[in-house]
Design a protein around this ligand. Structure first.
Ligand code: ZN
Length: 318
């Protein structure tokens, strides 16, 4: 399996989940015109979706919150041949937006900010004063929340809570300030090893971007090298970098897999995450102990059942 092929598979699977938000505007109208007599309800709805890749609501499918167990292994279907650069076809995982929304740089871009958020650079480049000011703005907002919830922000137990919470949130989202270059440094080594490498049970703590409450669990990463290997501790650093942001588990899974695939150009990459979502177990459906599983298989892990099975067996999953 060549790199090219695996990328195309990736693209096709990404576009299958939410292609409508990033497809060109003409796509919808073409569909409409070519079937004038089948103007059914579904197409009507389809046409009303925002055409801009930046404006689209995303992730209408695969929302894990209501699914007890969820797998995103997507079968290979119609890889779309394309001459466009890889990163332009790819978008972000799940096509939530272009690879880097404001520059269209590849995911691993020249300034090293991989999948930066809107304010990532501002945050990174803040002076100490600006950082302090940010912290106190967050704290002020927390006071509003506490007051609105009926609390007395002046009682002893809560006196320093807003500042404490602000610092905690900045820590929980510190992944926005990391970048691939710093994380990987010089830990890519030439090595004539072509057997599967697996690191299991990497702990992650992340924040659900829909409810701003934690989800946490374990990441298992496997890959089959193609003359390049990565220092083992870097796999955990990579997972940490993407986890310390506002996330959905599906995207986190893909980001780790794609980053690894870009860095090493391996024969294949497999990432499985098993996590507990506080928004799921502590409210609403209250399914205590429910675990959400997601996986992303690239290259030979996607194309070869045997390789995938070997990985899952080594994880103790079958
Ligand atoms: Zn949630």
């Amino acid at each position: 399996m060549s790199e090219q092929e695996s990328q195309q598979q990736l693209t096709s699977s990404s576009s299958s989940s939410s292609s409508s938000s990033s497809a060109s505007p003409s796509h919808n109208s073409n569909t409409h015109h070519s079937h004038p007599h089948h103007n059914n309800h579904h197409q009507q709805q389809h046409r009303q979706q925002p055409p801009s890749p930046l404006a689209g609501p995303v992730l209408t499918q695969n929302n894990s919150n209501d699914n007890q167990a969820l797998s995103t292994i997507t079968p290979l279907s119609n890889p779309r041949p394309s001459k466009e650069p890889y990163y332009k076809r790819l978008g972000t995982p799940l096509n939530t937006r272009p690879a880097s929304p404001y520059t269209l740089n590849p995911p691993i871009d020249s300034d090293g900010l991989s999948w930066p958020s809107l304010g990532a650079r501002k945050r990174i480049e803040s002076t100490e004063e600006e950082s302090k000011a940010r912290e106190s703005r967050i704290a002020d907002a927390v006071k509003v929340i506490l007051t609105e919830l009926g609390e007395d922000v002046n009682r002893e137990g809560l006196l320093e809570t807003p500042e404490r919470y602000a610092r905690a949130m900045l820590f929980f989202t510190k992944g926005y300030e990391d970048n691939i270059k710093d994380v990987i440094k010089r830990a890519v080594f030439e090595e004539d090893h072509d057997e599967m490498v697996i690191v299991k049970d990497i702990e992650i703590y992340s924040l659900c971007e829909h409810h701003l409450v934690p989800f946490f669990g374990k990441v298992h990463i496997g890959y089959i090298p193609n003359k390049k290997v990565l220092g083992l501790s870097k796999l955990a650093r990579l997972a940490e970098m993407y986890a310390r942001r506002f996330q959905v588990q599906e995207r986190l899974t893909k980001q780790i897999a794609i980053a690894l695939s870009e860095i090493l150009q391996p024969r294949g990459v497999a990432v499985v995450i098993e996590a507990t979502h506080m928004c799921m177990v502590s409210r609403g459906v209250q399914k205590t102990g429910a675990i959400t599983s997601t996986s992303c298989m690239l290259g030979c892990f996607r194309s070869q059942q045997k390789t995938r099975d070997e990985f899952l067996t080594l994880l103790g999953r079958r």
